[in-house]
Design a protein around this ligand. Structure first.
Ligand SMILES: NC(=O)c1ccc[n+]([C@@H]2O[C@H](COP(=O)([O-])OP(=O)(O)OC[C@H]3O[C@@H](n4cnc5c(N)ncnc54)[C@H](OP(=O)(O)O)[C@@H]3O)[C@@H](O)[C@H]2O)c1
Length: 348
């Protein structure tokens, strides 16, 4: 585990380093929760620097934008207002960034919600929560790869459920058959890790992080329990009012999750497989070591990190070794691209 005090030390070292003022970060899903916590820490420590914030409502985010500017008067915070469960909107948002920037250093993604029940189809035909947790996030990665590869130490971070990968139906990657929200959530988790491992083979200068944050007091579970209907509604209501407050008591605060989020984006604990330059992040404080990558061959890690709540590398688990042997990552990545094509032809 990485102690929070060491993380604070690292974040302070980041602030004092020469790399902060030219940073460009892209935050997707940072209008609340873990993304918001990380964005605020970024503003606090990256004196100067630039952040694009992709969200649904600029007017709702205006108090946040004012707060960020107050915290970091020389920083630039640009809000791109759009609904990113649609792939075509992800493309338009990325086009805006590409016209203005030559590089992106940090892509931090945490959008999503959990909803009880069946598919909530977008106009492009994807289940909306599934798009937010996987298909739209990966589209941001795909679109921004040319800019990420221009950064000296590029990071892609997805806050979801790294380390919780489980068996998925590889003949139904989109979860069309026997859909449940839990099945879709599990599928998004496994596909994220496999897609990151596939991308890391072609983009070895990029660090890819898939993190399970543990319980963070963002309200996401309470909102989920409010969506439960039918016979489970009563236990869900009891859980919401009687159990959740106790769980929240022990959960991580948004501020601390944000400190950890900034650490993921900046620390040398997470080097890429083949760095472009000598700089692979802020030097490690004493007591912190380089994390274990998800695949290590001949002593060289693949630059993909599956992390638990305290930023430790998760053990491999039961399913990933077999999926790697069967090249399932390649299939996941090909089908992901095919699904985007279908979405975009439907939108045209
Ligand atoms: N918090 C936890 O305890 C926990 C535990 C395990 C995993 N996770 C996962 O970690 C990620 C982040 O969690 P969190 O607790 O920080 O979430 P959160 O507080 O609920 O924040 C979610 C973000 O997603 C955006 N969002 C929600 N619905 C959207 C939609 N239809 N279109 C576009 N954006 C939408 C929200 O934007 P608006 O402001 O516009 O609503 C917000 O910025 C999620 O994938 C969650 O499942 C969280």
């Amino acid at each position: 585990m990485v102690n929070i005090n060491l993380i604070r030390k690292s974040n302070l070292a980041f602030k004092l380093s020469g790399h902060v003022s030219s940073l460009v970060a892209v935050f997707v899903g940072a209008t609340s929760g873990i993304g918001l916590g990380t964005l605020k820490q970024y503003a606090k420590y990256a004196q100067g620097g630039k952040a694009y914030i992709i969200g649904r409502s600029k007017s709702a985010a205006q108090p946040l934008l004012d707060e960020l500017k107050e915290s970091n008067p020389t920083g630039t915070f640009e809000f791109i207002e759009t609904e990113i469960s649609l792939i075509k909107n992800v493309d338009l948002a990325c086009d805006q960034i590409k016209t203005k920037e030559k590089k992106v250093d940090i892509l931090f993604m945490s959008p999503g919600f959990l909803a009880w029940g069946g598919r909530i189809e977008s106009a492009e035909g994807i289940d909306v929560p599934h798009a937010l947790r996987y298909y739209s996030r990966l589209r941001f990665v795909y679109n921004l790869l040319p800019l990420l590869t221009e950064s000296p130490s590029p990071r892609v971070i997805s806050i979801l459920a790294g380390g919780k990968e489980s068996a998925i139906d590889i003949n139904d990657l989109e979860v069309h058959n026997d859909f449940t929200f839990a099945k879709a959530a599990a599928n998004g988790t496994t596909q994220t890790t496999l897609a990151f491992e596939e991308l890391a083979k072609s983009y070895p200068s990029i660090t890819f992080i898939h993190k399970y944050p543990g319980f963070v007091d963002t309200g996401v579970i309470g909102r989920f329990l409010s969506t439960v209907t039918g016979p489970m509604a009563i236990p869900a209501t009891i859980a919401k009012w009687a159990v959740l407050p106790i769980v929240n008591w022990f959960s991580t605060t948004i501020d601390e999750a944000g400190e950890r989020g900034l650490f993921l984006g900046t620390s040398a604990r997470f080097p890429p497989s083949n760095p472009k330059t000598d700089f692979v992040g802020v030097e490690l404080p004493q007591g912190v070591e380089v994390a274990s990558a998800s695949v290590v061959k001949d002593g060289v890690g693949n630059g993909v990190y599956r992390l638990g709540p305290l930023d430790d590398s998760a053990p491999d688990g039961d399913v990933l070794p077999g999926y790697r042997l069967d090249d399932v990552g390649k299939r996941v990545w090909e089908e992901t691209q095919a699904l985007w094509d279908r979405c975009l032809s439907r939108a045209a």
